[in-house]
Design a protein around this ligand. Structure first.
Ligand code: N01
Length: 558
């Protein structure tokens, strides 16, 4: 068999980094191809103002103790002193920003010596399975000074680690090509900073990216108009310095903390409250809501009563609490009704809840406005700006498209992956995604997917998932090597069982009642399906174990 490598890894975010580290350790020859100029994945591309993770230190990192030993999660930080003087300092921070995250990737590179096995500026464009030679032929477009060149490499296996948010969504607005001002999608933001000073800026979209851009640029711009289709039930992040003592405690107790993360639903250090909202007294309920909201972070979402996300009445109580808190922060009643409506447009917490830092207060500034576009959508662009269906034109120097992604499947289907029968995976999945355990798909032998569809993906912390799935893939490849297996893929029955199970779990609770990227609803024409495995990490891990401990049950091999 003519091979360049045992394994080609596509993408250098958390998923790809863990694969490279683990597979080398297991004795495989591996090459990682990364489209960006550096490691980081989404943290390389999403350099919009205010990009920041919404999972706290020490949870958002690859759970390997040696990586944490010398890393402090420091970044530039502005502290307001009691005399209201802003002091700039470098400090460890609870929710690191994108610069600190990029530094973390550099740190991993240094500790593990990754770059010698990575090709940067190298975008994998096509992967074709060669059934005679039992290998993948992988085409890579490499950016050179004189333009892109295409190379081809061959490996026994490929691991697609493109992440769940690597294919941006650009709404097909009429006349968008006529617009003469600056326009950027948050995930394709220029690496160099853009000055917002004296600019009239529009932000379209109020998901996690939109919220972060808006709150960050609001004070700097000349004027800011936010086009909001759906309000974001954002919660206070409560970001602040991570005291040295606390960091020391995390480092000293990291093995136990990793153990704890391994037992919870989504990989956090906390879980849903064991009580029931519907059984609590109004006083108990209010006290718990208050405690969780005040704690900051995602506690009031993934740490509240579990029935809030399952029972409509319980859900309405949580919404009412959130609305009351949010209204108290917005001075203008009209804006408050747009940002936190009296009647919730969807149940609380069934779209991704974002964490914010003075997001709602930003709208108290007269130069910041919000235009609801659910019933009055953007009808077209002009050379100067945007017109809504009511005919009102607003002019801008910069338009920020915070319009999200062809999430979860888009990173895989944007590569021309053709399997045994030559069918592109995009076509095979066009009427519904088919995988087993969210990591392998029939007809695409020796291909594994990390952080992809029908896996915990958007319901698990990134680093933990990279290790959980990465470990399983590494063991599977080692098993193949030990047993002399040249080709492995799921059976049709296993795929069907897994798909039905994902659908069944996805219909539990209130999530499927809401249109969101969790179900593919944000992309016109995309089939509505449970794109995540929503049964939690513990249930997912028991499926992984069951397959691994039973000679890769659900797979056929030769
Ligand atoms: O994308 P989104 P995102 N006209 O899809 C709106 C992770 N992340 O980049 O809700 C008008 O959530 C759309 O409206 P609607 C995180 O998991 C994490 O913000 O579809 N509006 C929505 O408001 C996150 O959930 C972090 O009605 C249009 C917005 O655009 C995921 O990535 C930071 C429209 C898209 O929001 C994606 O977040 C950033 C149209 N035609 C991202 N089309 C952190 O860790 C779309 N919209 C903090």
């Amino acid at each position: 068999m003519e091979l360049d490598y045992d394994v080609i890894v596509v993408g250098g975010g958390f998923g790809g980094v863990y694969q490279l580290y683990n597979l080398r350790k297991l004795g495989f020859s591996v090459r990682l191809f990364e489209a960006g100029a550096k490691l980081g994945g989404i943290w390389y591309w999403n350099c919009y103002p205010g990009a920041r993770v919404d999972t706290e230190v020490p949870v958002y990192q690859l759970p390997e103790a040696e990586l944490f030993e010398d890393f402090k999660w420091q970044q530039k930080y502005v502290r307001a002193t009691p005399r209201h003087v802003n002091v700039k300092l470098t400090a460890s921070i609870r929710y690191p920003g994108r610069d600190a995250l990029r530094e973390y990737f550099e740190h991993m590179d240094k500790v593990w010596g990754l770059s010698k096995d990575i090709s940067y500026n190298s975008r994998v464009t096509a992967c074709e399975w060669d059934n005679d030679k039992l290998r993948w032929n992988v085409k890579i477009a490499q950016m050179q000074l004189n333009g892109p060149t295409e190379i081809e490499r061959h490996s026994k296996s490929i691991i697609v680690c493109t992440g769940f948010a690597s294919r941006p969504y650009f709404p097909p607005y009429n006349g968008i090509e006529k617009y003469k001002g600056m326009m950027y999608h948050t995930s394709a933001w220029p690496q160099e900073n853009i000055s917002m000073k004296d600019k009239r800026v529009a932000v379209i979209g109020t998901g996690a990216s939109g919220v972060q851009v808006i709150q960050t640029i609001a004070t700097e711009v000349k004027q800011l108009t936010v086009y909001q289709r759906t309000p974001n039930y954002a919660l206070p992040m409560g970001n602040n310095e991570l005291p040295a003592e606390r960091l020391k405690y995390y480092k000293e107790n990291y093995p136990e903390l990793m153990g704890k993360m391994n037992t919870t639903f989504a990989g956090f250090l906390y879980d849903f409250n064991p009580g029931e909202c519907m059984k609590a007294t109004p006083e108990e309920r209010e006290a718990l809501f208050e405690e969780l909201y005040t704690k900051g972070g995602l506690h009031f979402w993934l740490g509240t009563y579990a029935d809030v996300l399952k029972n409509k009445e319980a859900n309405a109580m949580a919404y009412e609490f959130w609305k009351k808190k949010t209204h108290a922060r917005i001075k203008d009643k009209k804006k408050a009704e747009i940002l936190a409506p009296e009647v919730p447009p969807h149940p609380y917490g069934t779209k991704r809840v974002s964490l914010e830092q003075n997001y709602f207060e930003a709208f108290n500034d007269e130069k910041v406005d919000v235009v609801p576009v659910k019933d009055n959508p953007i009808s077209n662009f002009t050379s100067d700006g945007i017109i809504t269906a009511d005919g009102e034109e607003r002019k801008f120097d910069l338009v920020v498209l915070a319009t999200g992604f062809d999430a979860i499947t888009g990173g895989v289907t944007q590569i021309n992956i053709r399997g045994e029968d030559g069918m592109p995976i995009k076509e095979r999945w066009s009427e519904g995604t088919r995988t087993y355990l969210g990591m392998a798909s029939r007809n695409y032998p020796n291909m594994f997917i990390i952080y992809g569809p029908q896996a915990p993906t958007a319901f698990v912390t990134g680093g933990l998932n990279a290790k959980m799935q990465g470990h399983w893939v590494g063991n599977c490849l080692a098993y193949m090597r030990d047993k002399g297996i040249s080709k492995i893929q799921p059976t049709a029955d296993a795929e069907e069982t897994w798909r039905s199970h994902c659908e069944e779990v996805g219909k539990m609770g209130l999530f499927s009642e809401t249109e969101s990227w969790y179900f593919g609803n944000n992309i016109p024409g995309k089939p509505k399906e449970a794109l995540n495995y929503m049964g939690g990490n513990q249930a997912y891990k028991s499926w992984l174990r069951d397959s691994e401990e039973n000679d890769y049950k659900g797979f056929e091999y030769q």
